[in-house]
Design a protein. Structure first.
Length: 299
């Protein structure tokens, strides 16, 4: 069977990976060479032919064993819509900041009129300013600017609401069992679903998923001293999602509260308890994802 190694499958190599898969060629993800590794080789050549040769050698040597996300199901739809929503949310925040900045520098009479208004109230008032077509003085120009920015804020809010509605539906379809677990809302569920991908079975085990989320302890034992250190690798958004789930459960879930009380009596700190909880939540989430995503895509 033919096999190809592709670098950057989640970005610029996605099209090539899909093309090769459609041709019946197995695709493996090749990691980019580390910067330290490149700098340690004085005659390291960086070119397309050398990159292709390096990818091929990685596949032949068995170093490229990562199966890429297939990116052809609901999870990929969630990822793309979430990217659009994140961009729109960032733009709306910038727009709100611009609106408040314009109010601060407005003439005293206009500033007094708009003083004390919340962002939503300021948008509602400024978006409905009635003005002539041609601004002829500074107050009128500022009103034009305020109205323009306020209407932009409204358009972005409508766009965000539309994207969130689509995301709510897709996440509910892709992983309904995940949303039924305590402490897991649409946002955190979407993060975990995106990390798992449309083919979570590629991960092999829940330990691999925990490692991907950066919640698997790293062996750091020496001699008779057995210890593990904090894993600072993995997908940081997934790590944060697990952290937020743990905080929510510690406030509202009785089973988690009992666990925290028991581990506290054993001398564990709050940080250590949260690390343990994140590992448990990752295990629970993986078992649900491996079952529900595969079934939903098959359906």
């Amino acid at each position: 069977m033919r096999c190809a190694g592709v670098e950057g499958i989640s970005s610029y190599g996605a099209g090539l990976a899909r093309h090769l898969s459609a041709k019946g060629i197995e695709v493996l993800e090749v990691e980019r060479p580390k910067h330290q590794r490149r700098s340690s080789h004085r005659h390291f050549e960086k070119s397309d032919p050398s990159d292709a040769e390096r990818a091929a050698r990685a596949v032949l040597a068995g170093e490229a064993s990562g199966v890429p996300k297939c990116g052809d199901g609901r999870v990929e739809m969630i990822r793309t819509l979430r990217t659009a929503r994140r961009s729109a949310t960032k733009a709306r925040t910038q727009t709100a900041n611009q609106l408040h900045a314009l109010r601060v520098t407005a003439p005293e009479q206009l500033r007094h009129r708009l003083r004390g208004l919340s962002t939503k109230e300021l948008v509602s008032v400024a978006a409905r300013f009635r003005l002539v077509d041609d601004p002829r003085d500074v107050p009128t120009a500022i009103k034009f600017a305020l109205r323009s920015v306020a209407r932009r804020y409204e358009v972005l809010s409508t766009e965000i609401a539309e994207l969130e509605a689509h995301l709510d539906g897709l996440v509910a379809q892709a992983a309904p069992e995940l949303l039924s677990l305590p402490g897991i809302g649409t946002e955190n569920a979407a993060t975990l679903v995106i990390v798992a991908g449309d083919n979570p079975q590629r991960l092999g085990s829940e330990a691999s998923f925990a490692s991907l989320c950066g919640v698997s302890p790293i062996e750091a034992s020496s001699g008779k001293v057995v210890r593990h250190r904090l894993n600072r690798g993995g997908h940081r958004e997934a790590n944060r999602a697990l952290y937020m789930i743990c905080l929510s459960r510690m406030r509202r879930d009785l089973r988690t509260q009992e666990y925290v009380a028991r581990r506290t009596t054993e001398g564990k700190s709050k940080r250590e308890i949260i690390r343990c909880l994140k590992r448990y939540v990752a295990r629970e989430a993986y078992r649900v994802l491996i079952r529900t995503i595969s079934w939903s895509n098959a359906a």
